[in-house]
Design a protein around this ligand. Structure first.
Ligand SMILES: C[S@@+](CC[C@H](N)C(=O)[O-])C[C@H]1O[C@@H](n2cnc3c(N)ncnc32)[C@H](O)[C@@H]1O
Length: 311
């Protein structure tokens, strides 16, 4: 696969790596390698005895990491979903607990900028949207077979699209005449339905987000990974998650709240409520990029990071 020329500006670079509190001999997982901005800074702080397991669903990201780190014995590169990170750790030969897990969610700039990946409603390309093009169903395949109600539900649930029903109806009507195969075909169809535009937002923004989340099972991956992190982090180990929309952030926020709250015990048990420690604690407040970062990188605008620590 040829090396793409597009680059990715890492969001909350210093903040996220600081949040991990990298120990020289620690074991870390970067579950969303992308183009490796966070991984590179983690490696700067990691000593010779440390390990970094990098994961990405995207074969292009994985070959970037393999090319860069083939001679670094600290790095193990794994192709797959971060929801299976314990499997990656086992394959890397890591038996114990880890000191940190980082997730920088969503898509990378190279994925958005490469029209052929089908993520962008601004660029003509095949309607694919899979982070892992080697498996699963593309957006075009899903839109060709899903029922009208299913499409409407996805647009509403994952895109909070007010015109979900009308868009779904139009997709189903349209596909009876010809195949819906390209990004601009879909974007134009949506633009024809969504009459009242939100200022500064393309009418297809919400639908593209929703279909991308559905095709890549993004929210299920996050839920599962977060729950597995509790069993994998060593005491003092850190979990840092950067989200880019409210659906992801809500999952992270609720997860951290739930694992940081001591379980309520029935009255009368011979154990003091105060002695029951929850498995994690939330560290500080949520972190947003500085005005300087947002000025330099518009994609950072909606980022929010939350950090937890294993107790
Ligand atoms: C925002 S980018 C990460 C950028 C990276 N931190 C950097 O500095 O270059 C998100 C990356 O995570 C990957 N990704 C998203 N969801 C994933 C999942 N469930 N499992 C593995 N990789 C995932 C995407 O393919 C993409 O490459």
């Amino acid at each position: 696969m040829s090396e793409p020329v597009w680059k990715h500006d890492t969001v909350l670079l210093q903040e996220a790596v600081e949040a991990l509190n990298v120990q020289q001999a620690g074991v870390y997982v970067d579950g969303t390698y992308g183009r490796g901005g966070h991984s590179a800074l983690i490696l700067e702080k990691l000593g010779v005895g440390g390990r970094l397991v990098v994961i990405d669903k995207d074969p292009v990201a994985v070959s970037h990491a393999r090319g860069l780190y083939q001679h670094d014995p600290r790095v193990f590169v794994w192709h797959g979903s971060f929801r299976d990170f314990p499997l990656a750790l086992a394959e890397a030969g890591v038996n114990g607990k880890i000191q940190g897990l980082l997730l920088d969610l969503g898509v990378s700039s190279p994925q958005l900028d490469d029209a052929a990946r089908g993520f962008s409603f601004m660029r003509e390309g095949q309607l694919d949207m899979r982070m892992d093009m080697s498996s699963g169903e593309s957006a075009a395949q899903w839109l060709a077979r899903a029922g009208e109600t299913e499409i409407a539900d996805v647009l509403w649930r994952y895109g909070e699209e007010r015109f979900s029903r009308q868009i779904a109806r139009e997709i189903v009507r349209d596909r009876m005449q010809h195949r819906l195969e390209t990004t601009l075909q879909l974007a134009n169809l949506i633009a024809g339905v969504v009459r009242k535009r939100e200022p500064g937002k393309h009418p297809a923004t919400r639908s593209f987000q929703a279909i991308r989340i559905k095709v890549n099972q993004e929210l299920d991956d996050v839920e599962e990974c977060l729950h597995k992190s509790v069993g994998s982090l060593a005491p003092g180990g850190r979990l840092a998650v950067i989200s880019f929309h409210s659906l992801e952030d809500r999952i992270v926020k609720h997860f951290l709240r739930d694992v940081s709250t001591p379980p309520r015990l029935p009255k009368g048990l011979p154990v003091m409520q105060e002695t029951i420690q929850p498995p994690m604690k939330t560290l500080g407040k949520s972190v947003r990029p500085s005005a300087v970062e947002v000025e330099a990188n518009a994609r950072a605008r909606s980022a929010i990071m939350r950090v937890g620590e294993r107790t």
